[in-house]
Design a protein around this ligand. Structure first.
Ligand SMILES: [Zn+2]
Ligand SMILES: [Zn+2]
Length: 967
C-alpha cells in the first residue's frame, strides 16, 4: 500500500496536523494575518499587455473606501470590509483575477483638527508655527500614527493588495488632483465667486452642505421694529416689524422685503427705513418670494449672511455687508459691536434695542440649527469668496450612467435598487460644488493671484512646474492661492488615479486597461453623495477621453468608475438602537475580535447581512459562531486522529487530488467516487450530493449579495449535516486494525475508503467556508495536507462550484431523509416515553417495501444513532405501545417498565403546560399580520410546522395522561 505525497513523512512523534486540543483563534489568526501580508498573497501585478486577462475572464476589481488616516476601525468598517473580503475571496477562488486596492484618505479637516489639538496642548498653535512647519508637522504625525487603521485591517484578514496601498496625498495621486483641477479650469468648469457658504468658525473654513448636521434647538424669535422714514429722512412714527433668530445679523441688513401684493404695506412701497443701532437708511423692496403668511410678512434682508437673502440681494442689486470675521466675531462693519463674539453681540444688541424701545415680542422658537459635522460648532452662513465647480455637464453624464439606456441597460447598477432613485434625485437637484477649503492640510489649489493686474493664472493641462509669471500681464509678483481642495475632490478621483490617470500612455496604461472600470463598490449610505456621486461625476468625465486598449473611443458604459454599487446597511446594537457614543452602546470590533476571534465576528456579520436590512449585533450570536468554529476544530481533530490510525496500520491514505475541482464544469466524475464504491454507502452518496447542493446555493446567494443565506447554508451543512449526521455515521466504518486475518484486512480497506470520502468532503467544505472564516479554514486546510498543501493558501485554491446533480444523487438525499426521520422519530419517542439515554431498546417498524429496504440495509446506522438493539419489521404495530407515524412509516419503541404513576402524571402535566404555552406563542405570532408580512417565507413555514408538531405532541400527552391508571 502506497503512501501519497500529501501524507509523506508522518511519524508518531511529530504530526503537524496534530492540532492543539483547544481552538485558540488569537494564536492562529495572528499567525495567518502576518503570513498573508508577508507572502504578498493577494498582490496582483500590473498585467503584461500581451497576455490580457490570464484567467480568461474580466478581473474582479474593488476599491476600499479609504478610511480617514486619523481613523480607528468601527463596526461599520468591519461590516463593510467583511462583505468586501467575502466577495473578493470568493471571486478569486472562483478563478478570477481579484484585485482589492487599499489606502487611506488625508481627511483635511479631521487631520488638521487632530494636530491642532496637539499643538494647543503644547501651548502653541498652527498660526505660530506657520503654514510650512505646520504641514511638516502633520506629515510627521501621519508617519507616526497614520497606519493604525491599516494595521487593524490586517488583523481582520482582508485580502487586499498591500503593494498597491495609497495615501491620497501621495505624489502620484497629487499629480492627478492637480491635473483634474487645471483641466476643469481651462474647460471653463471651475470659477471663483462670492457666495453664501457654510462657515465653521472653529475650523475656520467653508464646509459643504453635506458636512453640516442639522439639529433641532430651542431658541427665540426676536421681533425688531424698524422706523419708517418719510420725506427728508424723518421718522414718520410708523414701524415695520421683522423677526429673526439671529439678531446680530441685523448689523448687516441692507433692506427689508415685503410681498408686492401685501395690502398691509402697499402704502410703503418705495419708502425707506432706519436700521436701528447702525443708523443706516435701507430701502423697502418688494419681492414675491416673501411669504405673507409668515410672521408680519416683512423680512429683514442680510445678503452676506443668509442664502435666501443673498438671492434677494442679487435680484434687487443690494449691497452685501459681511459683519463677521473668520471666528464669527463682529468685524469693522459692525459699528459699536466690533470685536464681540456673535453670541455676546447678540445679547448686547437685544438689550440696546430694548433700551431704545425698538424690541418687539420675544417668542420661544425651535429651529433647525446647522452644526459642523467635525467639531459640532454652530455653522455661520456667511458670504465668502470660494472656488466652485460648475456642476453641469458633469452631473448630466453622472445621471446618464445610472439611468437605463435605450436598450434598458444601466452602466451602473445599485443594490438595493431604491438607492438609484435617491441618487438620481440628488444628482438632478445638485448645486455647484464649492471645492475650496480654508485649511492648510490638503492639496493646495494650483492657481496664482497676480499682484499687478489681480488676475488669476492657472497652469495649462500637462504643464510641468509652477508658473513663474502672470499669464495676463507677465508680472512676476504672483502668489499661490492659500485655499486647499475639498478632500472629496481627491477621493472622487481615486478610481482613475489609482490606476495611473492622467499618465496614460501605451507604456503605462496596462493597469488602467485591465482594471478600469472597477467591478464593484461596497459602501455605506452616509457617503453616497459625498463620495459615490463624486466618483461617478469625475470618473465619467475624465475617463471619457482615455481611449480603449485597442485605440477605439471609450463608449459611455466604459467610462463609469464601477459597474455595481452595493450600499451596506447599518450595524445597530442588539436592541436595534443606533450605536452612539452618547448612548454608550458602541461596540468596538477590535474588542469583540479579541474575545471571540475574527472568524466568529465575521461570520456573525455575514449571517445577518442582506441588502437593505440593518444588523442588530448580538454578542450571543457571536458566541454561537465561536462554538461553530470550535465544532469544526473538533471535527478536524477527530478526522486527523483517524488519518493517523490509518497510517499506523499501513492502509491507503486519503487522496484529495480528484476533489480539487469539486463542482466545476467538466469534473463530473468526482461525484461518482463514492457511488463507485462497493457496497454503496448511503451516507457517502448523501453527503457528497448535499455538499454539491450547498455549493450551488452558496454561489447563487453570493451572486445576489445574500451573505446571510450563504452563511446560514454553510452553517446548516457543516454543523447540521456533516458534524451531526455524517461524522456519527461514518464512525461505524472507521476501524483500523492490524491485518491479522482476511476480515480485518477487509474492514481496514473499508475504513480507508470511508476515511477518503470523509477527508475529501471536509476539505471541500473548508474551501466553501473559507471566504467567511478565512483564518480557521487556512489553519485546518494546511493541516489536512499535513503542512504540504497544493497552494500557498486556501484562498488560492478553487471555490466549489455548483456542478450538476444527477437524479441518482438526488435519490441519495431522499433515501437518507427516510433514515434520518426514522432516527429522529425514535429519539423523540424515547424522550416522550422517558427512556434513559443509555438504554438500548428494540423497535417495531411498519413501512412500505422501499423504505424497508433502506432501513434493512442500514440497520447499523439506526442501531448506533438511535441506541436500538433490534429493528423488527412488522405488518402492524402491536397494540399497547405508543407509536409515531409519518407518511412513510409507523414506529414503536418496545419498552417495558414499571411506571411511577405519580411521577408520570406530574411529567405529563408539565409537558402539557409547556406545549400549551408554546402553542399559544406560535398562534400569536402566526396571527400577527405585521410579522407575517415581514418574516421570510421559510420562517413562517418553520413556525407553522412547529405549531403542528406541538399540537400533535400535546394531543399525545393528553391521551397518555388519560390512560394513566387512577390511584
Ligand atoms: Zn468645525
Ligand atoms: Zn497680472
Amino acid at each position: 500500500m502506497g503512501i501519497s505525497a500529501n501524507f509523506k513523512g508522518l511519524t508518531k512523534d511529530k504530526m503537524p496536523h496534530d492540532l492543539p486540543k483547544a481552538y485558540d483563534p488569537t494564536a492562529i489568526e495572528d499567525h495567518w494575518a502576518g503570513y498573508w501580508v508577508r507572502e504578498n498573497l493577494f498582490a496582483v501585478p500590473t498585467p503584461d499587455p500581451a497576455v490580457r486577462n490570464p484567467a480568461g475572464s474580466q478581473p474582479f476589481t474593488i476599491l476600499l473606501p479609504p478610511p480617514n488616516v486619523t481613523g480607528r476601525l468601527h463596526m461599520g468598517h468591519m461590516l463593510n470590509q467583511t462583505e468586501m473580503d467575502i466577495l473578493t475571496r470568493w471571486r478569486r477562488m472562483r478563478g478570477r483575477v481579484a484585485l482589492w486596492v487599499p489606502g487611506t484618505d488625508h481627511a483635511g479637516i479631521a487631520t488638521q483638527m487632530m494636530v491642532e489639538r496637539q499643538l494647543t496642548e503644547e501651548g502653541t498653535s498652527r498660526q505660530k508655527l506657520g503654514r510650512e512647519a505646520f504641514v511638516e508637522r502633520v506629515w510627521a504625525w501621519k508617519r507616526h500614527y497614520g497606519g493604525a487603521i491599516l494595521e487593524q485591517m490586517k488583523r481582520l484578514g482582508v485580502s487586499v493588495d498591500w503593494s498597491r496601498e495609497y495615501f491620497t496625498m501621495d505624489e502620484r495621486l497629487s499629480i492627478a488632483v492637480h491635473e483634474a483641477f487645471v483641466r476643469l479650469y481651462h474647460q471653463g468648469l471651475i470659477y471663483r465667486g462670492a457666495y453664501i457658504v457654510n462657515w465653521c468658525p472653529r475650523c475656520q473654513t467653508a464646509i459643504s452642505d453635506l458636512e453640516v448636521v442639522h439639529q433641532e434647538q430651542k431658541g427665540h424669535l426676536w421681533e425688531i421694529r424698524y422706523p419708517v422714514l418719510g420725506d427728508g429722512g424723518k421718522e414718520t412714527g410708523e414701524f415695520i416689524t421683522v423677526a429673526t433668530t439671529r439678531p446680530e445679523t441685523m448689523l448687516g441688513d441692507t433692506a427689508v422685503a415685503i410681498h408686492p401684493e401685501d395690502e398691509r404695506y402697499l402704502h410703503l412701497h418705495g419708502k425707506k427705513l432706519r436700521l436701528p443701532l447702525m443708523n443706516r437708511e435701507i430701502p423697502i423692496v418688494v419681492d414675491p418670494w416673501v411669504s405673507r403668511e409668515f410672521g408680519t410678512g416683512a423680512v429683514k434682508v442680510t445678503p452676506a449672511h443668509d442664502p435666501n437673502d443673498f438671492a434677494i440681494g442679487e435680484r434687487h442689486h443690494l449691497p452685501s455687508i459681511n459683519v463677521m470675521d473668520d471666528r464669527a466675531h463682529i468685524n469693522e462693519n459692525g459699528g459699536a459691536y466690533q470685536g464681540l463674539d456673535r453670541y455676546v453681540a447678540r445679547k448686547k444688541i437685544v438689550a440696546d434695542l430694548e433700551a431704545q424701545g425698538l424690541l418687539g415680542a420675544i417668542k420661544d422658537y425651535t429651529n433647525n440649527v446647522g452644526h459642523c459635522d467635525r467639531c459640532k460648532t454652530v455653522v455661520e452662513p456667511r458670504l465668502s469668496t470660494q472656488w466652485f465647480i460648475k456642476i453641469q455637464p458633469l452631473a448630466e453624464k453622472a445621471i446618464a450612467a445610472v439611468k437605463p439606456n435605450a436598450n434598458g441597460n444601466k452602466a451602473i447598477r445599485f443594490t438595493p435598487e431604491n438607492y438609484e432613485k435617491i441618487y438620481l434625485e440628488w444628482m438632478t437637484n445638485i448645486h455647484d460644488w464649492c471645492i475650496s477649503r480654508q485649511l492648510w492640510w490638503g492639496h493646495r489649489i494650483p492657481a496664482w493671484h497676480c499682484g499687478a493686474c489681480h488676475k488669476i493664472t492657472v497652469p495649462q493641462p500637462g504643464a510641468a512646474g509652477d508658473p513663474t509669471a502672470c499669464a495676463h500681464c507677465g508680472s512676476v509678483t504672483i502668489t499661490q492661492e492659500t485655499d486647499v481642495l475639498d478632500t472629496w475632490f481627491s477621493s472622487g478621483l481615486l478610481p482613475v488615479s489609482v490606476f495611473g490617470w492622467p499618465n496614460i500612455t501605451p507604456e503605462t496604461r496596462a493597469d488602467f486597461d485591465a482594471f478600469y472600470p472597477t467591478s464593484l463598490l461596497v459602501t455605506g449610505f452616509d457617503i453616497l453623495f459625498f463620495w459615490v456621486a463624486r466618483m461617478i461625476m469625475l470618473g465619467c468625465w475624465f475617463s471619457s477621453d482615455v481611449p480603449m486598449a485597442d485605440g477605439s473611443p471609450r463608449p459611455p458604459a466604459e467610462t463609469v468608475p464601477f459597474r455595481e454599487v452595493y450600499i451596506h446597511a447599518l450595524v445597530r446594537d442588539a436592541n436595534r438602537e443606533k450605536m452612539s457614543k452618547t448612548k454608550g452602546n458602541v461596540i468596538d470590533p477590535i474588542e469583540i475580535v479579541k474575545q471571540y476571534g475574527t472568524d466568529a465576528v465575521r461570520f456573525t456579520l455575514a449571517s445577518m447581512a442582506s441588502p437593505g436590512t440593518d444588523i442588530a449585533f448580538n454578542v450571543a450570536r457571536t458566541e454561537g459562531y465561536r462554538a461553530f468554529a470550535n465544532k469544526i476544530w473538533n471535527a478536524a481533530r477527530f478526522i486527523f486522529m483517524n488519518v493517523d490510525k490509518a497510517a499506523e496500520t499501513g492502509s491507503t491514505p486519503p487522496s484529495l487530488k480528484s476533489w480539487s475541482s469539486f463542482g466545476s464544469k467538466g469534473h463530473k466524475e468526482f461525484y461518482q467516487l463514492p457511488f463507485r464504491e462497493s457496497p454503496t454507502r448511503i451516507e457517502d452518496n448523501w453527503i457528497v450530493t448535499l455538499l454539491a447542493r450547498t455549493a450551488g446555493e452558496v454561489n447563487e446567494a453570493l451572486e445576489n449579495y445574500r451573505y446571510d443565506e450563504a452563511a446560514n447554508t454553510i452553517y446548516q451543512f457543516f454543523w447540521g449535516s456533516f458534524c451531526d449526521w455524517y461524522l456519527e455515521i461514518v464512525k461505524l466504518r472507521l476501524i483500523f486494525e492490524p491485518a491479522e486475518d482476511e476480515a480485518a484486512v477487509e474492514r481496514t480497506v473499508r475504513a480507508a475508503a470511508a476515511l477518503n470520502t470523509l477527508v475529501s468532503v471536509f476539505e471541500v467544505s473548508l474551501r466553501l467556508l473559507s471566504p467567511f472564516m478565512p483564518f480557521l479554514t487556512e489553519e485546518l486546510w494546511h493541516a489536512v495536507y499535513d503542512g504540504n498543501p497544493p497552494a500557498k493558501s486556501i484562498a488560492l485554491a478553487s471555490f466549489p462550484g455548483p456542478g450538476e446533480i444527477s437524479s441518482e444523487m438526488l435519490a441519495a438525499i431522499t433515501k437518507m431523509e427516510i433514515l434520518q426521520s426514522l432516527v429522529t422519530e425514535i429519539r423523540a419517542l424515547r424522550k416522550e416515553i422517558g427512556i434513559e439515554e443509555k438504554a438500548i431498546v428494540p423497535i417495531e417498524v411498519r413501512t412500505d417495501t422501499a423504505s424497508r429496504k433502506i432501513a434493512e440495509e442500514n440497520r447499523d446506522i439506526i442501531e448506533r444513532l438511535a441506541r436500538v438493539s433490534e429493528v423488527r419489521f412488522v405488518n402492524q404495530i402491536a397494540a399497547g405501545h405508543s407509536k409515531h407515524s409519518t407518511p412513510a412509516f409507523d414506529l414503536a419503541v418496545i419498552y417495558e417498565r414499571t411506571i411511577d404513576v405519580a411521577a408520570e402524571r406530574e411529567r405529563l402535566t408539565k409537558d402539557i403546560a409547556r406545549y400549551e404555552k408554546g402553542l399559544a406563542g406560535a398562534e400569536r405570532q402566526l396571527g400577527n399580520e405585521a410579522f407575517l408580512a415581514k418574516a421570510p417565507a421559510q420562517v413562517v413555514e418553520g413556525l407553522k410546522k412547529q405549531e403542528a408538531e406541538t399540537r400533535l405532541l400535546l394531543e399525545k400527552a393528553k391521551v397518555a395522561l388519560d390512560a394513566l391508571p387512577n390511584e
